[in-house]
Ligand binder design. Sequence first.
Ligand SMILES: [Zn+2]
Ligand SMILES: [Zn+2]
Length: 227
Amino acid sequence: MSNGFQIFKKEAELIQNEYPGLKLDADEMTNAPCLSGIIQLESENGDVIDRYKLKIVAIPEYPTRFPYVFETEGRIPLNIDWHVYPNDGHCCISSFPEEILTCKKGINLRDFIENHLKPYLFSQKYREDNGFFLLERAHGVKGNVQFFIDAFKTNDLILIVNGLRFIKKRKEPNRVSLCFCESGQKFRNCHRETYRMLSIFSDHEIEFFINMIVRYGYASSLINTLL
Ligand SMILES: [Zn+2]
Ligand SMILES: [Zn+2]
């Protein structure tokens, strides 16, 4: 059994009594360990307000990637507009860079269920009740780029790419230096938090995201000239 499967299984055994609706099983398709059954959503005062039937399936990359979650009652449409990957039907719990960042800080199954899966389900329920997501997030590359737009607090993709290149040099400026973004502000008052948050990414990952943003920027500027 792959290492990721073993870690998943061990953690699943540890939390089983906290989630009586979930049963540790082997996925019938892949034979991977999985938790299947009911997750309850509770209000702030602990009342159960809804429940989703689903299975959480281990992947070999766990815990450097999220396990796969499948909603199994056909309640969430298999559609990117609903943050579900239509090819295999697993849920798009968060953007790719956010998932990598979260996993690098270290996750376990309880943390995944409480801080990532449940917010995703709450957001699905909100959409079902109201017709739109409370916090709109784009799917796919656009959502991945949005992560960096939020992190750098700017829409300027050139600034973001230059910022990522700067982070990849691994030389954090001292407190009184001016920020790399050329705002004229001191680094500590400007992009220091962004710098530290994104420094967790490996060189390889930063390079991957730079290429992604450049391709996205190029494609959207082409589209703009065509419109
Ligand atoms: Zn998505
Ligand atoms: Zn700055």
